[in-house]
Design a protein around this ligand. Structure first.
Ligand code: SF4
Length: 327
């Protein structure tokens, strides 16, 4: 009888002295031959996760448009002239009804997004009952409400929030080209508050913002150097929306997106890497390659805040074809 020895690539490690990732090391991962990169990422993926399981999150905009920030990719900013109409905050009953539908469709986590620079205390107060009621349905809860003031993360946690999403978006040096109304440090400050309150961190970024590969490496380096690393890392491909400054951004090649997923998996081996915005435009074979390269979470449901997402029927069919099971 012959025995088979499985060979596993060790996850790459940060710099031995600083224990921090260096941008050059992350760039070197990006530069690996494509097949080698995907193979290594797939090996690392299965050391920490069942590669046949995918986490499903549904995202709902609970307050749309009218945001005072000027994020260059976002149709909800008051600085950009887009087709997105402002809408007041949904009622608690409306949010809970959507959460119930998401759970019935198979989602395990329900994410609530609000277009704010950060929540005023009165606004935050209104979200607390929503969080508690969604949690009571047996769903994991996530919120993305912008910058948090002192004490707000603790109130969210006490209401039953499991995750707080706050993306770093892009590389530190690129940030000023995309957003002028806040600084990178502001984002890091909120991430620190979220951690200090005992919440899980969901933090990722966007590719396709006319950034360079070194910018992409610098973004992933920042994410991988968060201590502890984020539990959830959304990797978004820019959805170009008319009226936003990035509506004519240059398309990145699909292989570069897969590389970003694989490098995120290699540098953050224990994090859920979420295939996020832009998935509707991705062919099924590309999505399958992303799952092979270590993506193990998706947004599930036909809308992402204000832009489109694959419908649930198409996602169920794709998961069946790939023998993927929801977590
Ligand atoms: S991404 Fe968020 S913070 Fe930026 S403009 Fe859009 S809603 Fe506002």
């Amino acid at each position: 009888m012959t025995t088979t020895t499985l060979h596993f690539t060790r996850p790459p490690t940060p710099h031995p002295e600083t224990e921090l990732w260096q941008v050059a090391d992350v760039e070197a991962l990006f530069a690996l031959p494509f097949m080698e990169l995907v193979f290594r990422a797939a090996e690392v993926h299965r050391q920490f996760f069942d590669p046949n399981k995918v986490q499903l999150s549904t995202l709902l905009s609970i307050k749309t448009g009218g945001c005072s920030e000027d994020c260059g990719y976002c149709p909800q900013s008051v600085h950009h002239d887009t087709a997105v109409a402002d809408e007041p905050m949904l009622s608690c009953d409306e949010v809970v009804a959507k959460a119930r539908q998401a759970k019935a469709a198979g989602a395990g986590r329900f994410c609530m997004g609000a277009a704010w620079r950060g929540p005023k205390d009165a606004d935050l107060e209104r979200t607390l009952a929503m969080i508690a009621d969604v949690k009571a349905l047996g769903l994991e809860t996530c919120a993305t409400f912008g910058l948090l003031a002192d004490g707000q993360a603790e109130r969210l946690k006490a209401a039953g929030l499991d995750y707080y999403n706050h993306n770093l978006d892009t590389a530190p040096d690129k940030y000023g080209d995309i957003i002028s109304t806040r600084a990178y440090e502001d984002r890091l400050d909120t991430l620190g508050k979220v951690r200090a309150a005992g919440l899980n961190v969901c933090c990722g970024g966007i590719v396709g913002l006319d950034e360079t590969r070194p910018d992409r490496a610098a973004l992933i380096c920042q994410l991988a150097n968060l201590d502890p690393q984020p539990e959830s890392v959304p990797i978004n491909n820019l959805v170009k929306v008319d009226g936003t400054p990035l509506s004519d951004a240059e398309e990145i090649d699909w292989t570069e997106f897969v590389r970003a997923v694989a490098v995120a998996r290699l540098t953050m081996p224990k994090s859920y890497i979420r295939l996020s915005a832009g998935r509707r435009a991705m062919p099924e074979a590309m999505q399958a390659l992303c799952f092979l390269a270590g993506a193990n979470s998706v947004f599930y449901g036909d809308k992402l805040l204000t832009t489109g997402n694959p419908d649930v029927t198409a996602d169920r069919a794709l998961m069946a074809k790939l023998d993927l099971q929801p977590l």
